[in-house]
Design a protein around this ligand. Structure first.
Ligand SMILES: Cc1cc2nc3c(=O)[nH]c(=O)nc-3n(C[C@H](O)[C@H](O)[C@H](O)COP(=O)(O)O)c2cc1C
Length: 360
């Protein structure tokens, strides 16, 4: 089955209401983030990766990663595992929890994950990867998708893609880097074209896509059916919806300062309700930092850094809220609101994941 075109993507029996998907990101795409992005129009936002073995044991933090949220257009759960039976168990749990789509992680490069034979390590054991996909497909009536890289150190994605297709996968996402590249260099969108040519499944191209121009170029070079944004959504939960609109030819601009403040406050309130203070506030600090770095102000990087550091030192949510409102009302912001928004990508901190276990 292939993409539908016309701004939608068909994955098995599921129609995704857009062609710009938001990637699974550990420590980022938790339920409060997914709700924020969905409120802003994102058609598809995946959970963080959920380790099947820990999920099956009921480890609370892992179960929380798979939390279903009201108001999400789609519940996409990403699972991680190296044993077909354990993955099948995770798939059954995710299905019972209400997943609409189940994605299998075969791209995480972290030492801890590949050391457990999971994630990108499966690109070196394609027979096992194929059995995992088959076990997952067998365990659910939901479409199963696979997210992979171009290979371990050479481009072997076509082999894994064909195996995944044979085992019943409904779509594939390819991050245009090898495992050994981690997050270095540029994602190779052209290399994803070989995967698109090899399979009949919808293919989603991923890596270094920030704006509508990138998305258009990634689609052109790869021939893929859709794009997936990862770090481009830092401090921009509206990005997928906006780029989707731009691809469909609709006028779209980055939100001004004022609506952004509302988005930050709503996101923070949801994070605090979900995790409770003080944990919720600690977890929200990274988002706070990204919102400030990417706010549409004329302020120099140094001013942003100071503002961010000050916000991140505050210990209570009410203090953070007051400080945010004051910051947004400060001259720098009101001046910027009259002028053009910050250019996309001009002030991101494009941090690759730092914790070995925490990211893919
Ligand atoms: C902080 C962080 C966490 C990530 N966590 C996951 C994950 O849980 N599962 C996964 O498949 N990929 C994960 N990734 C990889 C992204 O989904 C994506 O493939 C990668 O960042 C490339 O896209 P980008 O250049 O648009 O960021 C993570 C990436 C980052 C930066």
């Amino acid at each position: 089955m292939s993409g539908l075109g016309g701004g939608r993507l068909r994955i098995g029996d599921v129609t995704v209401g857009g062609r710009v998907l938001t990637a699974p990101m550990t420590g980022v795409t938790d339920l409060p983030f997914r709700r924020a992005a969905s409120r802003l129009g994102a058609a598809y936002v995946s959970t963080e990766m959920v380790a099947c073995a820990d999920f099956a044991c009921g480890r609370p933090d892992v179960v929380r990663r798979a939390a279903v949220g009201d108001g999400l257009p789609l519940m996409v759960v990403q699972l991680l595992g190296a044993d077909p039976a354990t993955v099948a168990q995770g798939v059954r749990l995710a299905t019972t929890a209400g997943a609409d789509l189940i994605d299998l992680n075969m791209g995480c490069p972290s030492k801890e994950v590949v050391g457990a034979a999971c994630g990108a390590a499966l690109m070196r054991t394609p027979e096992l990867a194929e059995r995992i996909v088959a076990a997952a497909v067998e365990a659910t009536d939901r479409p199963v998708t696979v997210k992979m890289r171009l290979g371990w150190d050479t481009h072997t994605a076509c082999d894994l893609a064909l195996r995944a297709e044979r085992a019943g996968a409904a779509a594939l996402t390819v991050h245009g880097r090898t495992r050994n590249q981690f997050y270095t260099g540029r994602a190779d969108w052209s290399a994803v074209a070989a995967v698109k040519a090899a399979v009949r499944l919808p293919v989603i191209v991923n890596g270094d896509i920030l704006d509508a121009a990138d998305a258009t170029e990634a689609l052109r070079l790869s021939g893929a059916d859709a794009v997936m944004l990862g770090r481009g959504v830092y401090g921009r939960p509206w990005a997928a919806a906006g780029i989707d609109a731009a691809l469909a030819g609709a006028p779209w601009a980055e939100p001004d300062a004022e609506p952004r403040l509302g988005i930050v406050l709503d996101h923070m309130a949801d994070a605090l309700a979900f995790y409770a203070e003080p944990h919720g506030l600690r977890l929200f600090r990274k988002h706070l930092g990204w919102y400030v770095e990417r706010a549409p102000w004329p302020a120099a990087a140094e001013v942003r850094r100071t503002a961010k550091a000050r916000l991140c030192r505050l210990d209570s949510a009410s203090e953070v809220e007051r400080a945010l409102v004051a910051l947004w009302a400060s001259e720098a912001v009101t001046e910027a609101a009259k002028g053009p928004a910050l250019a996309l990508g001009s002030a991101p901190s494009y941090n690759a994941p730092v914790s070995a276990g925490g990211a893919a």
